[in-house]
Write a protein that binds this ligand. Structure first.
Ligand code: 3HC
Length: 336
């Protein structure tokens, strides 16, 4: 059959697909009468991360460190920020890995860094992606619009995931075709990605088991611990963590203890690595507010999700936490 193909480009495509995709499940009959193997069960090589913020940069770095080819989609400003964040973090890791070998450290750092490219053009970033991880603003409409657009562009086999903290993965996925919804799931990373071992893998009612398994394996390939989550509010971690953070805010607002005492008490009495206010500074006060506001809108009678005036004021003042250098505390360096 192959001999009937005149188009040299097509031969190249078939050859490169045959190299890339180990197992085949489907035969497709092209209009010009050539059977090609459908790349249904392809391996993940190319990862596209949409969004160059704190989470996007962390995910891109983790994937590059595990030898995936990574493309980050971001505008100029966020591309720069993303590369600076990754570079800073790789410097720390390289120094730890090669304490007495500056050459080895540089080689490690450069080789990981070279796996990451940044682009502004969403289309370009998706045409060759095996896995897309969205890490943009926590807004259902914005996410749906973006996924609808790339559903038309990305190859059929591409797995779509959202790093949403608080939205329903099923609602986001609804913007895509039914076929894509089988290859759509949540992949929720934690901040800072370099320091947090967990990845929540969220299945919707439509997620194909093969897609789910592929994502579990991907998380393992990143050196992370995957945990299966239902597509319910906040999945596991945020559903338990955010009411605790909001309760810490209310405790302080009632004047029961100082921020420093609450943080110290929780660290030394409950064994958590950071107190709730330190942690909100890491997460980003804007992110905490967006999550809790969204849940409050959905369940206004649920007192666990009641808004906090203090949090709202700090966000209004632009005190967003460590990424800005000021939140509940002041920091010398912007981090995470
Ligand atoms: N990249 C890589 N490594 C870094 C680094 C960086 N940017 N910055 C610091 N490190 C290394 C340090 O070199 C140090 O290494 P060493 O132990 O070998 O010397 C190590 O990381 C620890 O650094 P620090 O001493 O500065 O910090 P800590 O010991 O306090 O650990 C932490 C930092 C891992 C962030 C820890 O405090 C922690 O686990 N905090 C809790 C964070 C958390 O709960 N995150 C989840 C938030 S919820 C979320 O993200 C969900 C979302 O949807 C909202």
């Amino acid at each position: 059959m192959l001999s009937t193909i005149k188009n040299i480009k097509q031969i190249n495509l078939l050859t490169s697909n045959a190299r890339r995709y180990g197992r085949t499940t489907l035969l497709r009959f092209l209009s010009y009468g050539v059977e090609i193997k459908e790349k249904e069960d392809c391996k993940i090589n190319n990862v596209t991360v949409i969004g160059g913020g704190v989470m996007g940069a962390g995910i891109a770095q983790a994937a590059a460190q595990s030898d995936f080819n990574v493309t980050v989609v971001a505008d100029d400003e966020y591309s720069q920020k993303c590369l600076v964040n990754v570079s800073r973090s790789l410097d720390i890791i390289a120094k730890k890995k090669f304490p007495d070998e500056p050459k080895g450290a540089r080689k490690f750092r450069d080789s990981v860094f070279s796996k990451i490219s940044t682009v502004q053009d969403l289309k370009r970033a998706c045409t060759d992606a095996d896995l897309i991880i969205e890490a943009i603003v926590e807004d259902l409409g914005v996410k749906q619009k973006m996924f609808k657009e790339i559903d038309q562009i990305a190859p059929q086999h591409t797995v779509f995931t959202s790093n949403t903290s608080s939205l329903s993965v099923q609602e986001i996925a609804q913007a895509t075709s039914m076929n894509r919804q089988e290859r759509f799931a949540g992949l929720h990373f934690f901040n800072p990605v370099w320091g947090m071992p967990l990845v929540e893998v969220i299945r919707t009612g439509n997620t194909d088991p093969k897609t789910y398994n592929k994502l579990v394996q991907f998380a393992i390939d990143l050196g992370k611990t995957p945990v299966t989550c239902p597509d319910t509010t906040g999945f596991i971690v945020n559903r338990l963590l955010f009411p605790y953070l909001m309760e810490a805010l209310r405790f302080f607002e009632r004047g029961h203890a100082s921020i420093a005492d609450i943080d110290n008490a929780m660290k030394q009495g409950a064994g958590v690595p950071m107190g709730p206010f330190e942690l909100m500074d890491v997460i980003g006060l804007d992110v905490v507010k967006t999550v809790i506001d969204g849940w409050h809108d959905k369940e206004p009678e649920n007192t666990l999700f009641a808004p906090s005036e203090l949090l709202n004021n700090l966000v209004l003042e632009g005190k967003l936490g460590r990424k800005i250098g000021i939140g509940f505390y002041k920091y010398k360096h912007t981090m995470y």
